[in-house]
Write a protein that binds this ligand. Sequence first.
Ligand SMILES: Nc1ncnc2c1ncn2[C@@H]1O[C@H](COP(=O)(O)OP(=O)(O)OP(=O)(O)O)[C@@H](O)[C@H]1O
Ligand SMILES: [Mg+2]
Length: 239
Amino acid sequence: MAFKYVEVVSLAKIELIDVWYKDILKGINLRVNEGVVALVGPNGAGKTTILKVMVKALKPDRGSVVIPEKVGSSWQNPYYSFTKPTVLEEFLEYLGSVEEVEEFLGSYGLKHLLNRYTFKLSVGQARLVSILLAVVWGPEALVIDEPTNGLSLRERYAVSRLLRSIKIPVVMASHDLDFILMTSDYVYVVNDGHIVCEGNTLDVFYSDVLQHIGFPEPEVVRVGKELGLRLRSVDEVKS
Ligand SMILES: Nc1ncnc2c1ncn2[C@@H]1O[C@H](COP(=O)(O)OP(=O)(O)OP(=O)(O)O)[C@@H](O)[C@H]1O
Ligand SMILES: [Mg+2]
């Protein structure tokens, strides 16, 4: 079967059906309706390639892809999102006035970044601004590659809160198990171009699938198991 972008309205916001790309993606099946969904897997597994398919930067060789028209993105290097000298100018591209930009940034606790030069932002600040720029564009879904690279603990919490507050589906690729645990509702485990496991974040983390592909057990899961605890829902971890 050749590759096609599906035009019909799908129940899922994003759906990849038996997607193949070179020898990198080998029959990927994935559905995202809502919430924050994580792709986790070792280096070279194909996570970034999947995200690139979702923004139409790569065209698969085979399979079907359902994606909304507007998919926002933030890539591993957040500075690639910037085209203007200052944060204010970046947001004025999308919002009508300085006051609106101020209010928008203020609602995420980032008003103090208004007049900063984008190239002088810290990695964490740049990551937050890059994600907000993708959001303010008004996309129907968001993809984010490695959102916690180079971030402090405080910035990781800020990014986690931000992703959880966004009202559109978010797909992120990450190695950061603790971050995934506090941020994602659902996880796809990617290994060697295949989805080897999928499920609610806690179900996947409490299974041993991640250890089979070389990840250490997250501390909170290890301690939980030692105590004989089985967390009931992801909300308990988030709160
Ligand atoms: N443009 C490209 N042309 C050919 N091969 C590529 C290209 N981009 C990536 N690859 C290869 O595809 C495989 C998957 O890469 P990808 O970047 O999707 O992995 P990843 O899971 O995101 O890894 P990481 O965790 O290191 O970011 C790797 O073997 C990589 O070398
Ligand atoms: Mg990658």
